[in-house]
Structures are given as structure tokens and as C-alpha cells.
Design a protein around this ligand. Structure first.
Ligand code: FRU
Length: 477
């Protein structure tokens, strides 16, 4: 039965040398070759963080899903491991879809969705069931088959997220009822027998015809229901991507329904962020990793033999006003090597080159927004990417413009109140992740600069801008 796994691993080994690394990340996780989407099974087991992911090794396109696998001591430096799951059982013959991992004693358990069609691949023939696979060494997995069948009348039923609470296992699963998203909560004593407990229905808290990748976890004294709805319409500056990812703050405890306290809020405001999953570190931090790409986006790296990457791990906290803040985990600082510092002071209608070849860099900027009157001021990477404050709209804008690759457009968030604005920007070979004011907002987008188009500059149009801090760290490993 390990034919499909062996051929996937063989294919990866043979084809990895042909990958073109011009846009391949230096300090983010991507598949060694082929396609990657959602992060799966994020967990800590036997001294390592494990990240699994939706993977199709044979092409840089989505296909019958496997679970790719990597491990890390610090969530930053990843080591690729053999593919963990391939669609080789009757219960997952058309794909091993997203899911999660839990540890009990010596055993690492993966709970994932078996995706299968009974006949032609059309929705009426689609059945999604929850499956289990277990491991003692964290590398090879024993398939234990289906543990929860599709509920009567349902077809879409996927992305189980399991956690331990009150001497039991709990699980949230996304589903679709009459074209409305819904999340079902189950309980089990042994990960093998599951009883339905309650449901969280769409429309009251969020629209969408299907809610993917649900997660329910405590933060501060609240519970965060995080999920990725499909089918929410764009509304002004909101919900601009094809699908969204966000959260609802509320209360929940075993045996009780979830009660929302705030409306749905987006987690990230860039072009490329989807299907985040949370986990806890051994020292108790709640961290998420998301997919740094978006369904149906062009992903020019496909031409290079790979597609899709994951975000940096981000530690979450809850603000007093009920907003989730995200900052990169502190381990990222262990990548810092050379420190660069500039003292531009005040800019006036100018372009100020900082460095030539920004490849893997953390940039720290502090603007005095109360004394900056320019129409637009900010930082740009080559001709294609800009992050700036737009004083006319009072927004922070992330703009990318690679017209020959069909990757253009901007995203923006409101300029926070206050005198100072703090921007922390992570630049990798084909990504920008911007953290505004210690995680009040984040914007994550893919970028595709040509080899000679990575000059970093500050700019300021029509007026002045005051910079208190402008520094950077080279990141390396
Ligand atoms: C989210 C998703 C999941 C599904 C997986 C399939 O991006 O659509 O709902 O399990 O990707 O690859």
C-alpha cells in the first residue's frame, strides 16, 4: 500500500534539482517541488515543530492531495521530510484534504479529510469523511481509515481541527448547509468515535456558502473562532480576495454552543493569505501559520516548478477592543545577521536609495505621521512593490505592479491614530509581510521582482515626511 507514497518521494528527489530558485523563499516554508496550499497538522512533537501541508508533488498545480511534511526546532528553519500521506485508501482516494494533529503520550495523530467521489467527480457524488493516521516516530504514519462519516444530506464536510479539553477531544469541521457556511463541533474520548455536540451557523456572524478550515481556541479570556469563508462579496476595502480568512471573538465551553461577541473580522489585509491554522508552542504561545497565496491567483513561480508558500509563524494576542494582534514569533530574530541603519531624518519630495539588492530582509521604519504632510510617502522595492502612507485617503497601502505577470493592484488598511507609525516589513524572494504597529494590522502579498529589480528606497511625493527610525537586518540561514 505504500506505492503512492514511495512514488511521490521518488518524484520529489528526482525533480527537485530542476526547480528554479529565483523566487523561492529563503526563510519561509515552501514545497521542495510542486504545489502547496493549506498548512496542516501544525504541532510540537518529540522536540520538533511539525508542519504538514496540502501538497501535489507532480506539478505546480493543485491535484490529488498528499500531505507534505517538514519539521523544525524553531518554527523558522525547516527540514523537509518524506511525504506523510498519499490518497491511497478507499476513504481518501481522491485526496487527503486539510486537517490537524494532536499528541497523546508517545503518539502523533493526524486527523484529516478523506475526499472521494462515488462515481463521476461532481458535487452530488462528493463525500468527505474524517480519517485518522498515527505515528510513533513522527515520520512514518499508519493509516487507521475513516473515523467519522459524512453527515446525512451533506457533501462538503472538511478540515477537522482537533484539540484536547476537559478530559476529552474536541473537533470543529467546516460544512455547507443549503449553500450557507456552518461549523460542526464534535467530541470524542479516543479520537476514533465522535459524537456531534453543536453547530455554529452562517449568516448571523458571517456570510459565505462554505466555511473552510475552522479553528476554535482560547485567547485571553475569550474564544476565537477562526475560519476561511468562501463566497463573501467584496465590500469597499474589505473582502477583496477571492476567499477570506478571519475570526469571530466569542465564548464557548464544552457542552455549550458558541456565542459570538463581535462581528467577523479579517485577519490579514494583503492579497495572499488563506487557511490559517493555530497551534500552541511548548511555552504556551498561540501561533498561526497561513498559506501565503490565494486560490486562482497567477502564481508566476509555477513556471519554476513550484507554487505556494506559507507565512511566517505569528504569535497572537487579543487587544482590549477585541481585535486579534499578530506578531512574528520571536525566533525570527535568530536569523538576523548584519544590521543596517540609515538616518534620513526628514524627506522632502525625493527618492532616497537605501540599498541595492534586498533579498531576505527585515525592515524597521518609524514615521512621524503627525509631522509628515506629503501626499504619499513610504518605501519601495524596485519598480514593482511599494508600501506607503496615502495622506489623501489616510490609509496604509501595499501596492504591487508586475503587469507582464498579471500581478497588480493594491490593498490598504486605515492609518491608525497617533503620532508615530511603526512598520515592520519582512522581504523574502517573492513575498512581503507587513506588520503595522506591533501587529494591529498585517498585510501579506506575493511579489515577483526581476533579479535586478530589488533596490530598496524611501520616497516622498508632494511635501515632507519625517522618519524617526529606518533600519534593517539581513536575514540568513
Ligand atoms: C482550503 C481547502 C480546504 C481543503 C483543501 C484542499 O484552501 O480548500 O478546504 O481541505 O484546501 O486542498
Amino acid at each position: 500500500m505504500d506505492g503512492l507514497l514511495a512514488s511521490a518521494n521518488h518524484f520529489i528527489k528526482e525533480n527537485q534539482p530542476d526547480v528554479d530558485y529565483r523566487w523561492y523563499p529563503r526563510f519561509h516554508l515552501a514545497a521542495p517541488v510542486g504545489w502547496m496550499n493549506d498548512p496542516n497538522g501544525l504541532t510540537w512533537f518529540n522536540g520538533y515543530f511539525h508542519a504538514f501541508y496540502q501538497h501535489y508533488p507532480y506539478a505546480a498545480e493543485w491535484g490529488p492531495m498528499h500531505w507534505g511534511h517538514a519539521r523544525s526546532r524553531d518554527m523558522i528553519r525547516w527540514e523537509h521530510l518524506p511525504v506523510a500521506l498519499a490518497p491511497e485508501g478507499p476513504e481518501d482516494k481522491d485526496g487527503c484534504f486539510s486537517g490537524s494533529a494532536v499528541v497523546e503520550g508517545e503518539i502523533l495523530s493526524l486527523i484529516y479529510t478523506g475526499h472521494k467521489f462515488h462515481g463521476q467527480p461532481v458535487d452530488e457524488n462528493l463525500y468527505q469523511v474524517q480519517c485518522l493516521a498515527t505515528s510513533r516516530d513522527g515520520v512514518t504514519f499508519r493509516r487507521e481509515g475513516q473515523v467519522l462519516d459524512t453527515p446525512a444530506g451533506a457533501h462538503h464536510f472538511r478540515d477537522p481541527k482537533v484539540w484536547r479539553e476537559d478530559n476529552g477531544w474536541y473537533m470543529v469541521v467546516g460544512t455547507k448547509v443549503n449553500d450557507t457556511g456552518e461549523i460542526l463541533i464534535y467530541r470524542s474520548d479516543d479520537l476514533r468515535h465522535w459524537q456531534h455536540e453543536s453547530a455554529i451557523r452562517g449568516t448571523d456572524i458571517c456570510d459565505g456558502y462554505m466555511w473552510e478550515c475552522p479553528d476554535l481556541f482560547p485567547l485571553g479570556d475569550k474564544q476565537i473562532l477562526m475560519f476561511s469563508p468562501q463566497g463573501v462579496n467584496a465590500d469597499g476595502d474589505h473582502y477583496r480576495n477571492l476567499f477570506q480568512s478571519g475570526y469571530v471573538v466569542g465564548n464557548w465551553q464544552p457542552g455549550m454552543p458558541f456565542t459570538p461577541q463581535h462581528a467577523f473580522q479579517e485577519l490579514d489585509h494583503g492579497h495572499d493569505f488563506y487557511a490559517p491554522q493555530s497551534f500552541t508552542t511548548p511555552d504556551g504561545r498561540r501561533v498561526i501559520i497561513g498559506w501565503l497565496a490565494m486560490w486562482e491567483s497567477p502564481m508566476p513561480e509555477k513556471a519554476d516548478g513550484w507554487a505556494g508558500m506559507l507565512t511566517l509563524p505569528r504569535e497572537l494576542t487579543l487587544s482590549e477592543t477585541g481585535r486579534v494582534r499578530q506578531v512574528p514569533v520571536k525566533e525570527i530574530e535568530t536569523l538576523r545577521t548584519e544590521r543596517l541603519e540609515w538616518q534620513p531624518g526628514e524627506l522632502f519630495q525625493q527618492n532616497l536609495p537605501l540599498m541595492d539588492d534586498a533579498q531576505a530582509l527585515e525592515v524597521l521604519l518609524e514615521w512621524d505621521i503627525s509631522r509628515s504632510m506629503a501626499e504619499q510617502y513610504g518605501i519601495c522595492l524596485g519598480a514593482g512593490a511599494r508600501i506607503f502612507i496615502d495622506n489623501q485617503t489616510r490609509r496604509i497601502v501595499l501596492e504591487r505592479n508586475y503587469p507582464t505577470l498579471n500581478v497588480s493592484g493594491y490593498r490598504s488598511v486605515p492609518l491608525p491614530e497617533g503620532e508615530r507609525l511603526n512598520l515592520r516589513l519582512f522581504i523574502d524572494k517573492s513575498s512581503l509581510e507587513l506588520f503595522v504597529n506591533e501587529g494591529e494590522y498585517t498585510l501579506s502579498s506575493r511579489i515577483y521582482p526581476a533579479e535586478n529589480d530589488r533596490q530598496l528606497s524611501l520616497f516622498c511625493h508632494h511635501g515632507n515626511a519625517v522618519v524617526h527610525e529606518c533600519s534593517a537586518w539581513q536575514l540568513a540561514y
